[in-house]
Design a protein around this ligand. Structure first.
Ligand SMILES: Nc1ncnc2c1ncn2[C@@H]1O[C@H](COP(=O)(O)OP(=O)(O)O)[C@@H](O)[C@H]1O
Ligand SMILES: [Mg+2]
Length: 183
């Protein structure tokens, strides 16, 4: 988090950190989607912002000590959880939180990861809420991908999905959708 902040990236300020703990700036605000108007324009601007946060992070080189992550080799910082719920809307602009998965890799892997989450993740709520959320998420995904390198993300997808499938938190339905995504 300190490294990316030093490179101008909007992560919370870190005051102190040790092995397994960290004291950081407390942000004011809510996640990016809670603050997004549920209109086509609100959703497309969220997609563009998310793409921009990916592009900016993908420009930052990883220090030597950052462990190698899944996917094609690369020398950049990849967050591996850079989705709307980990972007907070604050009075000072967006801030990216939840850096626990951070590795060294190819930015296309980060794009593939967010793609897989938006395409395969479970949507909570009742039937109608879920149906609406799935439509909104489809639009979010299309605008997110519009300005990014889809072909590179697709090349990174099989290894990314392998890595995701090792995560025990996924439901069976999510696992099935992840396998379908690489097919
Ligand atoms: N620096 C922060 N300031 C204020 N709230 C935070 C901060 N970091 C995390 N949170 C809140 O805690 C929640 C969980 O934190 P997060 O790092 O995303 O962990 P996880 O999603 O793995 O539970 C976030 O969704 C956010 O609401
Ligand atoms: Mg989180």
């Amino acid at each position: 988090m300190r490294h990316v902040r030093d490179h101008g990236y909007p992560a919370p300020r870190v005051f102190d950190a040790g092995n397994g703990w960290l004291v950081m700036e407390r942000l004011e605000g809510t996640d990016m989607l809670a603050g997004t108007r549920k209109t086509p324009r609100g959703v497309t601007s969220a997609g563009k912002l998310l793409a921009d946060l990916h592009r900016r992070l993908g420009a930052i080189k990883a220090p030597e000590w950052v462990p190698v992550g899944p996917g094609p080799a690369g020398d950049r910082i990849i967050h591996l959880d850079l989705h709307p719920l980990n972007v907070m809307n604050t009075p000072d602009g967006p801030r990216v939180i939840d850096w626990a998965n951070t590795r060294r890799g190819d930015p296309a892997t980060d794009v593939a990861n967010t793609w897989s989450l938006l395409a395969c993740g479970e949507v909570p709520g009742g039937r109608v809420d879920r149906a609406l959320a799935v439509i909104g998420r489809g639009l979010l995904l299309r605008t997110f991908l519009a300005s990014l390198d889809r072909a590179a993300a697709l090349r990174a997808m099989p290894a990314l999905v392998e890595w995701r499938l090792r995560d025990r938190n996924h439901t069976d339905a999510e696992r099935q959708r992840l396998r379908r995504l690489i097919r």
